[in-house]
Write a protein that binds this ligand. Structure first.
Ligand SMILES: Cc1cc2nc3c(=O)[nH]c(=O)nc-3n(C[C@H](O)[C@H](O)[C@H](O)COP(=O)(O)O)c2cc1C
Length: 382
C-alpha cells in the first residue's frame, strides 16, 4: 500500500469505495433521507473562516486535551460505530489498538461487532462504552454492569434513535445481516478480494456484546433484532436518571442538538454531552452540529464538557469546533475510510493526517495550544 498517494479523507473514501462491498460501503457512507444533513454538516464547517494571525511565537504547539481527568494526546476520538467489523474486518480491534497506542478515546458501540470485554482488554484506559436503552430494562442494566466489570470509566448514552431512520441506500440495497447472497452481491464481494478474504479469516461479524440477549433470535433476523435493541422511543429524564445513578463513573449523553436537551442532560447529572446528529443518519432536516454548537455552549454550565461529532473530515474542522466552544471532537467514518482504503495502517494514517493539519492550522492562526481557542480565532466579517 502506498500511503503517499493519499492526502485527504475524500481520497481515502474513494479508494475505500473500491474495496468494500457496496452494501457495506453504503451502510457506512449513507445517511437518512436525501442525505441533506450529511451535506449540511460539511457546509457548516466550510462556512466558517478562520482569522490568520502572525507576529506571535508559535514554535511549540500543543494539541493535548484533558477530558474527565485523562490527558489525551490529540483533540479527536473515534465515534462509536455499530457493525464496524462488517465494514472492514477486525475494525473494532484495530481502532481500539490505535486508541491505546496514540492515546485517544475509542467509543465502542453497544451494537458493535466486538464485545465490551474484548475491547476493554485491548484498550483498558481508552475505551468508552456507548449504550442504547433497549426495550427491556434488564438488558440496559446488565450492559452497565458488564462495562463496570470490564473496567470502563466512561459511559456514553446515545439518545437520538427514538425510531430507526429511513436510510434509502440501505432500503434500496435490501441491507440485512447476514447479507442476502444474491448473485449480484456474490459478484460484488468477489470483486473485493481483500475484504472477502479477511472476512473469511475473521468470521462473519456478529453483535458480540448483544449476543447474550439475542438468544431467541434466528440468524436472519439479527439486524432487525439489533435495531430493536437500539431503539428507545420511551427515553425520558427519569429513565436516564436511573441509568446515571447506576453508573459511578463519567456519564456522557450523545445526540444532543438543542439548548433544551442540554439543560435536560445537566438535570439528569451528565458530566458531558456529545453534540451529534449521528453523522446525518437520523433526522435529515437536523441542523449541522457545528452550527448548533454555539447556542448549546451558551446554555451549558461551565462544568458540562461539550464535545461534538458529525462531519469532521480534517484538522481544520477540529480547530473550528474548538474555536466555536467545543472541548473535544470525534469522527467516525473517516477512520473507516482509512481502513477500507489502506487496511490496518489506514486508521493511523487518518489520525496522522488530522493531527498534522491541526498543528499547521494552529501555527497559521497564531495559537499555541488548542485549548486556548475561542471565537477570536474565527474571522468575523464586520
Ligand atoms: C457505520 C456507522 C455506524 C454507527 N453506529 C453508531 C452506534 O452504534 N452508536 C452511536 O451512538 N452512533 C453510531 N453512529 C454515529 C457515530 O457515532 C457518529 O455520530 C457519526 O459517525 C459522526 O459523523 P461522521 O461519521 O461524519 O464523523 C454510526 C455511524 C456510522 C457511520
Amino acid at each position: 500500500m502506498n500511503l503517499n498517494k493519499y492526502f485527504t479523507i475524500d481520497e481515502l473514501r474513494s479508494q475505500a469505495k473500491k474495496r468494500i462491498p457496496k452494501l457495506a460501503f453504503d451502510y457506512l457512507d449513507g445517511g437518512a433521507g436525501t442525505e441533506e444533513n450529511i451535506h449540511r454538516n460539511r457546509f457548516g464547517f466550510k462556512n466558517i473562516t478562520l482569522q490568520p494571525e502572525y507576529l506571535r511565537d508559535v514554535t511549540n504547539r500543543n494539541q493535548k486535551v484533558t477530558l474527565f481527568g485523562h490527558v489525551y494526546d490529540a483533540p479527536v476520538g473515534i465515534s462509536p460505530m455499530g457493525l464496524a467489523n462488517l465494514i472492514w474486518p477486525n475494525a473494532d480491534k484495530i481502532l481500539a489498538k490505535l486508541a491505546k497506542e496514540r492515546n485517544i478515546p475509542y467509543l465502542l458501540s453497544a451494537v458493535g461487532t466486538s464485545s465490551i470485554e474484548e475491547i476493554a482488554k485491548i484498550a483498558p484506559d481508552h475505551t468508552w462504552f456507548q449504550l442504547y436503552i433497549p426495550g427491556e430494562d434488564y438488558i440496559c442494566f446488565d450492559l452497565i454492569k458488564r462495562a463496570k466489570e470490564s473496567g470502563i470509566k466512561v459511559l456514553v448514552l446515545t439518545v437520538d434513535i427514538p425510531e430507526p431512520s429511513i436510510r434509502l441506500r440501505d432500503l434500496r440495497n435490501n441491507f440485512t445481516i447476514p447479507f442476502k447472497m444474491t448473485p449480484k452481491v456474490i459478484m460484488d464481494i468477489m470483486r473485493k478480494p481483500r475484504w472477502a478474504l479477511d472476512t473469511l479469516i475473521n468470521g462473519v461479524p456478529q453483535f458480540k456484546t448483544m449476543m447474550p440477549y439475542m438468544k431467541n433470535i434466528t440468524k436472519n433476523q439479527s439486524l432487525n433484532a439489533a435495531q430493536v435493541l437500539q431503539v428507545s422511543a420511551r427515553l425520558n429524564e427519569d429513565l436516564i436518571k436511573r441509568v446515571r445513578d447506576s453508573w459511578d463513573g463519567t456519564f456522557v449523553i450523545k445526540g444532543i442538538l438543542s439548548p433544551k436537551s442540554t439543560k435536560a442532560a445537566m438535570r439528569v447529572g451528565a458530566d458531558g454531552i456529545i453534540i451529534s446528529n449521528h453523522g446525518g443518519r437520523q433526522l435529515d432536516s437536523a441542523p449541522s452540529t457545528i452550527e448548533a454548537l454555539p447556542q448549546i455552549v451558551n446554555a451549558a454550565d461551565p462544568e458540562l464538557t461539550v464535545m461534538l461529532d458529525s462531519g469532521v473530515r480534517c484538522g481544520t474542522d477540529i480547530i473550528k469546533a474548538f474555536a466555536s466552544g467545543a472541548s473535544f471532537t470525534f469522527t467516525g467514518r473517516t477512520f473507516m475510510y482509512g481502513l477500507g482504503a489502506l487496511n490496518e495502517p489506514g486508521a493511523e494514517f487518518v489520525l496522522d493526517l488530522i493531527v498534522n493539519e491541526v498543528d499547521k492550522t494552529l501555527a497559521q492562526i497564531g495559537c499555541k495550544h488548542i485549548v486556548e481557542l475561542n471565537s477570536e480565532y474565527i474571522w468575523h466579517n464586520k
